[in-house]
Design a protein around this ligand. Structure first.
Ligand SMILES: NC(=O)c1ccc[n+]([C@@H]2O[C@H](COP(=O)([O-])OP(=O)(O)OC[C@H]3O[C@@H](n4cnc5c(N)ncnc54)[C@H](OP(=O)(O)O)[C@@H]3O)[C@@H](O)[C@H]2O)c1
Length: 202
């Protein structure tokens, strides 16, 4: 398959690319560090990327920012960034990506378990994650030509916890998280959110 990974230079995206590379042709897109530049905050940038890459069997989005801050401290700009980047960015990947995907192909978004399990400081992230999961289910119903739409909802990724000097035992390795994206791409599921809970040792 020919697979576009938006955010393919990031912690999760790199692991998805590594998991897919042996079997598939992988195109990596991000704002920097790749020939396929795109900024999902800008609709025209997504349209330009889709026009440039042509047909693909699958699109994965593992990109988008959202603000982590306690509710009383969340500013208008924190909400605007979260909605513009992680939420509308990925909504627009579906809107402008559908036509690029072959019949029966797939688009897989990234939400996050704060949609299911809120924590202090995560309100804006819970908002966009839950919105993305709802949109993904609805988009799956209306997607043309049997194109499948799913979301992967990761919990903390081990590498991210380590990078932030946090206890890594609460995390799931990026390579394990990537496996669920591969399932969404290679399987038959549609309209699903795959929730990745903490890896169980042993
Ligand atoms: N890591 C975790 O523990 C975790 C847990 C749950 C959910 N998530 C979600 O998973 C997604 C990926 O997380 P991550 O940890 O892999 O992040 P990351 O390491 O910061 O990587 C983000 C990737 O997305 C790209 N990107 C960021 N903003 C973009 C934009 N506006 N347009 C295009 N590309 C953009 C980055 O490249 P450029 O900066 O060059 O554009 C990079 O390739 C995020 O939405 C995050 O909220 C992560």
């Amino acid at each position: 398959m020919r697979i576009l990974i938006i955010g393919g230079t990031g912690t999760i995206g790199k692991a998805i690319a590594a998991a897919l590379a042996p079997q598939h042709e992988v195109l990596v897109a991000a704002r920097s560090g790749t020939a396929n530049t795109v900024d999902i905050e800008m609709p025209e940038s997504i349209r330009t990327l889709m026009a440039r890459i042509g047909r693909v069997d699958a699109i994965v989005s593992a990109a988008g920012q959202a603000a982590f801050r306690p509710l009383p401290d969340l500013s208008d700009e924190d909400f605007a960034l979260s909605l513009r980047s992680k939420m509308m960015g990925q909504v627009n990947v579906i809107r402008f990506g559908l036509a690029a995907v072959v019949d029966g192909g797939s688009i897989t978004l990234t939400s996050g378990t704060l949609a299911q399990d809120p924590i202090i400081g995560g309100a804006a992230i819970s908002l966009v994650n839950a919105g993305l999961e709802g949109f993904g289910r609805a988009a799956a119903l209306e997607a043309p030509r049997r194109v499948r739409v799913n979301a992967v909802s990761p919990g903390w990724v081990t590498e991210t916890l380590l990078a932030n000097k946090m206890d890594p035992t609460a995390g799931t390795p990026a390579a394990t998280v990537a496996h669920f994206y591969v399932q969404a791409i290679e399987g038959k599921m549609t309209g699903q959110t795959i929730v990745v809970r903490r890896a169980i040792a042993g």
